[in-house]
Design a protein. Structure first.
Length: 275
């Protein structure tokens, strides 16, 4: 995150926002800047990619499904926009630790003992590490002691739109993002790669709520896509994973998506039209 902070300081904050007497490396200034940057960045990613997905990918026929709520899109957006600033508070604390040099993020490819192969391997290990972490955190949030308080608001959207992707209770949203932030404190990761992965995970979260169930047939039971996550919203105890189905299969919570078996939301709407 220091790359973003340095760019913001150089192009905007130092010359136009903060007085020249306030040093860029001063901790409170860094915290304040990170809070603003994190909120603006998260909001921009959510609204930009959510809007693109909603208008160009999401099947608006799904809005006719009986489980689709009145004014649902507006409610999803409102809930997300209210939650994001609260989610950002502990997130900024972790970003601050990164900026102050406590993580294993590095600047140059030469800093990796394995060069480019290390960068590629770190991308793969990031996906598998975060997939595992999110699976268990997500499943933990379904425990009866925590579900009603923290995770139930996200399950209000049984037929989700891309805007439901970030419509979490703040505790829920931060907990499920935690593996992304923990990884660079445990394993070496290139800073630009980390930023790219951060954008990717936000886009992926939007994509599994977009109602587009198409997946290459050979990957249907490997990739945790929108079809899998739709069944999670509908049937509760299945498909907790983020990118892959591996941990659902290990944990006994995998369910073949109903959309792949002719019993999904689109099939339900088709039967309603035929009556």
């Amino acid at each position: 995150m220091d790359l973003v902070l340095n760019a913001a300081d150089y192009h905007l904050l130092t010359p136009y926002v903060y007085p020249s007497t306030w040093p860029e490396h001063e901790p409170f200034r860094q915290l304040l800047s990170l809070f603003v940057i994190t909120n603006l960045g998260a909001l921009a990613l959510y609204l930009l990619f959510g809007t693109l997905s909603y208008y160009f990918i999401f099947d608006h026929e799904l809005k006719k499904h009986p489980h689709f709520l009145e004014n649902q899109v507006q409610r999803e957006i409102a809930y997300a926009v209210q939650s994001l600033p609260w989610i950002s508070v502990p997130t900024v604390a972790l970003f601050f630790a990164e900026v102050r040099g406590y993580s294993k993020l590095y600047d140059n490819i030469e800093d990796s003992p394995y060069g480019w192969s290390g960068v590629i391997l770190s991308m793969l290990s990031f996906l598998f590490f975060t997939d595992m972490g999110i699976y268990w955190i997500h499943r933990f949030l379904h425990h009866r002691l925590f579900y009603k308080r923290f995770h139930k608001p996200h399950h209000l959207w049984k037929i989700a739109t891309p805007f439901a992707s970030h419509a979490f209770h703040p505790v829920d949203g931060f907990m499920q993002s935690l593996p992304y932030h923990i990884y660079p404190f445990l394993f070496p990761l290139h800073k630009v790669t980390y930023l790219g992965l951060y954008i990717f995970v936000n886009v992926w979260t939007i994509s599994i709520h977009d109602g587009d169930y198409r997946v290459p047939k050979i990957l249907r039971h490997v990739i945790n896509g929108s079809a899998h996550h739709t069944d999670h919203h509908l049937y509760f105890d299945y498909n907790y994973g983020q990118y892959f189905t591996l941990w659902d299969k290990i944990g006994g919570s995998y369910k073949s998506p109903t959309s792949f078996e002719g019993k999904g939301p689109h099939d339900y709407l088709r039967k309603l039209r035929e009556k």
